[in-house]
Write a protein that binds this ligand. Structure first.
Ligand code: SF4
Length: 78
């Protein structure tokens, strides 16, 4: 299983992830990315069909803001 979440503290709203994986990532009003599967809560499994897209997005993010794990991810509140 794979789970993903965007750390919006470090996202620079570059738009790369949504281009690589439009079925996973979308942008809020300020352009920052979020996982639209679960409103960026990191608790909904990514469908296997989108693993390749997720990998592309992960590798393409210039700020390493995309977190991927095999378990639900909880980002620390800052
Ligand atoms: Fe943000 Fe990374 Fe997506 Fe760019 S690729 S919008 S920095 S999460």
């Amino acid at each position: 299983a794979k789970y993903t979440v965007v750390d919006q503290e470090t996202c620079i709203a570059c738009g790369a992830c949504g281009a690589s994986a439009p079925d996973i990532f979308d942008y809020n009003n300020e352009g920052f990315a979020f996982v639209h599967l679960d409103d960026n809560e990191g608790r909904v499994e990514v469908d296997e069909d989108f693993y390749d897209d997720l990998e592309d997005a992960l590798e393409g993010c210039p700020t390493d803001s995309i977190k991927v794990a095999s378990y639900p991810i909880v980002l620390e509140e800052v």
